[in-house]
Design a protein around this ligand. Structure first.
Ligand SMILES: [Zn+2]
Length: 60
Protein backbone atom coordinates (compact mmCIF):
# COMPACT_ATOMS: atom_id res chain seq x y z
CA UNK A 1 0.00 0.00 0.00
CA UNK A 2 1.46 3.36 -0.95
CA UNK A 3 2.06 5.87 1.77
CA UNK A 4 1.25 9.53 1.40
CA UNK A 5 2.64 12.58 3.13
CA UNK A 6 0.16 13.70 5.74
CA UNK A 7 0.98 17.31 5.06
CA UNK A 8 1.13 17.76 1.30
CA UNK A 9 -0.36 14.45 0.14
CA UNK A 10 2.66 13.57 -1.97
CA UNK A 11 3.24 9.85 -2.48
CA UNK A 12 6.10 8.64 -0.32
CA UNK A 13 8.71 6.11 -1.38
CA UNK A 14 8.58 2.84 0.58
CA UNK A 15 11.89 3.70 2.21
CA UNK A 16 10.50 6.84 3.81
CA UNK A 17 10.08 6.67 7.54
CA UNK A 18 7.44 8.71 9.30
CA UNK A 19 4.32 10.38 8.06
CA UNK A 20 5.83 13.19 6.00
CA UNK A 21 7.88 13.52 2.86
CA UNK A 22 11.45 14.75 3.11
CA UNK A 23 10.37 18.22 2.07
CA UNK A 24 7.81 18.56 4.85
CA UNK A 25 10.11 16.87 7.38
CA UNK A 26 12.83 19.37 6.61
CA UNK A 27 10.35 22.21 6.85
CA UNK A 28 8.96 21.05 10.21
CA UNK A 29 12.52 20.54 11.48
CA UNK A 30 13.36 24.10 10.54
CA UNK A 31 10.24 25.35 12.24
CA UNK A 32 11.00 23.36 15.37
CA UNK A 33 14.54 24.67 15.39
CA UNK A 34 13.45 28.27 14.99
CA UNK A 35 10.85 27.82 17.74
CA UNK A 36 13.52 26.36 20.01
CA UNK A 37 15.92 29.16 19.13
CA UNK A 38 13.27 31.79 19.82
CA UNK A 39 12.35 30.13 23.12
CA UNK A 40 16.00 29.84 24.12
CA UNK A 41 16.78 33.47 23.34
CA UNK A 42 13.62 34.57 25.14
CA UNK A 43 14.62 32.49 28.17
CA UNK A 44 18.14 33.97 28.07
CA UNK A 45 16.72 37.47 27.80
CA UNK A 46 14.33 36.85 30.69
CA UNK A 47 17.12 35.27 32.74
CA UNK A 48 19.45 38.19 32.04
CA UNK A 49 16.75 40.66 33.02
CA UNK A 50 16.07 38.78 36.27
CA UNK A 51 19.80 38.66 37.05
CA UNK A 52 20.33 42.34 36.31
CA UNK A 53 17.31 43.24 38.45
CA UNK A 54 18.66 41.04 41.24
CA UNK A 55 22.11 42.65 40.99
CA UNK A 56 20.60 46.11 40.95
CA UNK A 57 18.54 45.18 44.01
CA UNK A 58 21.71 44.12 45.83
CA UNK A 59 23.51 47.34 45.01
CA UNK A 60 20.72 49.51 46.31
ZN1 LIG B 1 5.00 16.50 2.19
Amino acid sequence: MPKYCQKCGKELPQSTRGKYCQNCQRRSDGKLKSVLTTAASAALLAGGTVISIALRGKKL
